[in-house]
Ligand binder design. Structure first.
Ligand SMILES: [Zn+2]
Length: 71
């Protein structure tokens, strides 16, 4: 099962492919654009290794957002 990449800004999955970016180290990298916040970003290979950290970070962000919302 393939998981769709998420926006690194708002974690929306409402993203579209936005061309490719060339780097010296890793060659072609697919770029994406978030249709919710219009931010462009790339998915790097290290993401899978850092997925637990990423999830924890997301939860932390969400909690902070909630606290902020409640003032
Ligand atoms: Zn976004």
């Amino acid at each position: 099962m393939k998981t769709r990449p998420r926006c690194e800004c708002c974690y929306s999955q409402n993203i579209i492919k936005f061309g490719t970016r060339k780097t010296k180290r890793r060659g072609k990298i697919q770029r994406y654009k978030c249709e919710d916040c219009n931010k462009t970003f790339t998915i790097n290979d290290g993401f899978k290794h850092n997925i637990v950290t990423h999830i924890l970070y997301s939860v932390e962000r969400t909690l902070k957002h909630c606290c902020f919302a409640h003032g």
